[in-house]
Design a protein around this ligand. Sequence first.
Ligand code: VAH
Length: 338
Amino acid sequence: MMRKKAILITGASGEIGQALISSLSETSSLPILTLDLHPIPKDLLDVCTHISGDILDQKLLARLVTEFDFELIFHLAALLSTRSEFSPELAHQVNVDGTLALLQVAAEQSQRRGAPVTFIFPSSIAAYGMPDLGTKARDRSVKEWQWNNPTTMYGCNKLYCEHLGIYYSKYYQQLSASRPVMLDFRSLRFPGLISAYTVPSGGTTDYGPEMLHAAAQGKPYACFVREDSVLPFMAMPDAVTALLELASAPAESLHHSVYNVTSFSLSAADFRDQVARAFPDTRITFEPDLKRQGIVDSWPAELDDQAARRDWGWSPAYDLHRAFNEYLVPNIHKRYQR
Ligand code: VAH
């Protein structure tokens, strides 16, 4: 029986997944297969085939590859940074064992079909670890190879999976007589992502989106980081654009397997000011959670994304002002007016 060509999105019910399905279905001629433990919103059901399942279910993966020939995989399934600190072993199982299982399946499929499966993996600023606030201020914008000393289980998982992906795309079966067709692993290190339609769960950059969505609902919000905490952020549409542009970049133009992408950096106080401009009667207070603050203080203030701009033409469409004025505020107003 011929395998059906398809695109696979794992973790499709998550924030990035939901935004990606919509855009991908507008541009892709291939059917989209989505895999997640959780159901996907019913308005997306007509543009993809959803499988409710666990990335750790090896029998499920084995069955999928007998039925489908994956051209392209977006592997988004993960436990985010704060949740992973409460369940480090589970985080390792999902974030690393899950990724390893999928890489192995994609490597075998690349060999069998005689052409690389493109494997897109979202990494994170969590892969970095700035030793102290002085260094964070001095080395304000970090390049991919700087300060790769993660201090969270999630950050360790992401950095290791970057190396696993490079292994499977360059060194897998390096001692065997015949060199197999390798998979084509490509990874992005994302900053904090802000969606107008979904709120993150279990992340540490969540204070931004949470503050905005609370204000839009007229609810007070106690921010769990200090006002002076600076992190890089990006509007969700730009995250989807980055994933799609990296996936379609010609392999010969990519000099790296891992790329920083970002749009704007701002302090939590700046974030509050942007939110207060849009929702003037908002009640935002700052009550730092010292433990989560420690994670934020270890992450870089800015990402240097020159390599992505140079190799595959990355450029965010939404800077700080466009993100709030043209994407977040108008769509959040609509979302909560109902
Ligand atoms: C988290 N939003 O906070 C995610 C992300 C930038 C960090 O990976 O865990």
